[in-house]
Design a protein. Structure first.
Lengths: 214, 363
């Protein structure tokens, strides 16, 4: 039995002696292949995936930014088409500040310049809540019919102006109304009282201003 | 592997050159006298060495047979002349005098050279029991024969003995243990080599992995650089444009509001123009006017007669902007008794209920 074992052992040893170089190379190749399969290849795939996702994200980001930039440029070019005079006119039409004193002076100048005598002038702010409650109290009002400018419009505010003018006949009233209507600072007369016999007239009107933007 | 010198103790002895084989073979004649002596000595030595090894000497029990043989040999030696007269046998294949070993001796040598020589060559594999000190020769026939042989061999000098042994080594220049040779594998060395190969392969893999890590780091670095470049570009190009765009958007919003306000702008002059256009020349408005932009009015007026009032209402109703135009009655005013100039004209005072479309103010 021991002789057989020795023979087997001997054969094994001979085999190892003969093919040890090949065994060593095969072992090295196995280690290489396993290492590559288990470590290198997954890492390589992960890097490739990362690169692809990053490229996709960057290209999307780039396209988004490019679009945004184009929009900005387009907006700027459109804005540059508007003349500065028009922009100034708009600034006068709808000032960004509620300067009551300036409004008072402007009204006096407007009325006196046309030969009328201004007897009373009042300016008061109209809050959005007041406007809505007043509109509700009136019921079927002009505001409901879409005539009066809604103060609830975002960014738009109203100022109520009451004036009493003396020395106006019918023609004078029409001229006064025309002056107010065509004034660059927009004002809407909502209530009118005209007494041709007493040559008196009372006007209730609204002027507008916008909130300071930015 | 197959050429093994079985006379390892004579390694340093000068070997016979193989080129001798090419020479013309010479026929040498054996010297049975000498050979027999040497073989007899060998066999005795083996016996002695066998007994020395401490193992059971089976052949020792058969010493009586050897005794006979030894007796024969001694008889031969006693009659050398007779042996010399016999025709000598030729030996082929050797340039030197080579003793032809008898058949029995070859068989014994084959037997003996199997494991015992293997053990001699690879002593580390199996423990070789230490040979005990040489025991005194056994009593009996063997001892006697040894003494006799020793006595015979004594006169021969050592040189001759060595020469004979050397010649015998040439005779055994064949692999007698083919297939029985044990092969050994140096496991330590093998494992070390395998480990070195594996480590080298692992180093290659580690190098590749390290390269990938380095590549990944480079890519991330490039990505960060790209991101920083994008941020710089944002700061230099997009941020100022955004600031400008905010102002533009604010202006746009203002323009939209201005457009809205303008669309709702009220023109009272439109209303008065409407009244002028739709009032007959025989009708005029007498009293004060009060109204808003709802489009509902009560206009006090005077007409020449009721027929004129009818015509006036008809004209009003004919206008598309008029929703309702009614007169509920009128009072006749005499031309003489009036306080004012208007009363002097005379006519019919009436109140015109007028409902118009408020959109007239914004057209």
């Amino acid at each position: 039995m021991s002789i057989i074992n020795a023979q087997i052992k001997n054969n094994i040893n001979i085999f190892l002696d003969r093919y040890f170089g090949a065994i060593a190379i095969i072992t090295a190749v196995i280690v290489l292949v396993l290492g590559n399969l288990l470590l290198v290849w997954p890492k390589y795939k992960q890097i490739i995936n990362d690169i692809e996702s990053a490229e996709k994200k960057e290209s999307l980001d780039y396209a988004k930014r490019q679009k945004y930039l184009n929009q900005l440029k387009e907006l700027k070019s459109e804005y540059q088409k508007i003349s500065q005079d028009d922009i100034k006119k708009i600034e006068i039409m709808l000032p960004q500040e509620n300067n009551k004193e300036e409004l008072l002076a402007q009204m006096e100048n407007l009325i006196s310049k046309n030969g009328f005598l201004l007897t009373d002038l009042r300016v008061e702010d109209v809050a959005a809540k007041q406007e809505s409650s007043a509109g509700a109290a009136k019921g079927q009002s002009a505001g409901d019919k879409g005539l009066i400018v809604q103060a609830a419009k975002p960014g738009l505010n109203k100022v109520k102006i009451n004036i009493n003018v003396v020395g106006t006949d019918y023609e004078g009233l029409k001229r006064l109304l025309g002056v107010i209507e065509n004034n660059l600072r927009l004002m809407d007369v909502t209530n009118l009282f005209f007494d041709p016999e007493g040559r008196k007239s009372s006007l209730e009107m609204y002027a507008y201003y916008v909130d300071r933007l930015n | 592997m197959s050429d093994i010198n079985f006379l390892a103790n004579q390694k340093n002895a000068p070997k016979k050159k193989r080129s001798d084989k090419g020479k013309e073979r010479e026929i040498k004649w054996t010297n049975p006298d000498k050979n027999n002596v040497s073989y007899a000595k060998d066999s005795d030595n083996k016996k002695i060495s066998g007994s020395k090894s401490g193992k059971f000497d089976f052949f020792g029990l058969l010493s009586f047979l050897k005794k006979k043989k030894n007796d024969k040999e001694s008889a031969r030696q006693e009659q050398p002349e007779r042996y010399r007269q016999e025709k000598p046998k030729p030996v082929v294949g050797s340039a030197i005098n080579e003793p032809a070993a008898p058949e029995r001796n070859k068989a014994e040598e084959k037997k003996g050279h199997g494991f015992s020589l293997w053990k001699e060559k690879f002593p580390s594999v199996e423990k070789i029991p230490e040979k005990p000190a040489p025991k005194p020769a056994k009593k009996g026939i063997n001892a006697k024969s040894n003494e006799k042989r020793a006595g015979r061999a004594a006169p021969k000098d050592a040189e001759t003995e060595n020469k004979k042994q050397w010649e015998k080594a040439d005779i055994l220049e064949t692999n007698l243990i083919k297939g029985e040779l044990a092969s050994f594998f140096n496991w330590k060395k093998g494992i070390l080599v395998l480990a070195v190969y594996s480590v080298l392969s692992a180093l290659v893999v580690a190098g590749l992995y390290g390269g990938l890590l380095f590549w990944e780091r480079q890519i991330k670095k490039e990505g960060n650089e790209y991101s920083s470049r994008i941020r710089d570009l944002d700061e230099r190009v997009i941020k100022p444009l955004e600031e400008e765009a905010k102002k533009i958007l604010a202006e746009q919003e203002k323009i939209k509001l201005a457009e809205y306000v303008l669309r709702k702008h009220i023109y009272w002059t439109n209303f008065f123009k409407f009244l002028e256009d739709n009032t007959l020349t025989e009708v005029y408005y007498t009293s004060s006017f009060s109204g808003d932009i709802n489009g509902e009015y009560v206009l006090p007026a005077r007409a020449k007669d009721f027929k004129t009032i009818l015509e006036q209402v008809s004209v009003m109703r004919a206008n598309d902007n008029v929703k309702k135009a009614t007169v509920s009655g009128g009072s006749v005013v005499s031309s003489a008794g009036g306080e004012n100039e208007k009363d002097d004209v005379g006519g019919v005072n009436f109140k015109l209920d007028l409902s118009i479309n408020p959109s007239i103010f914004t057209k």
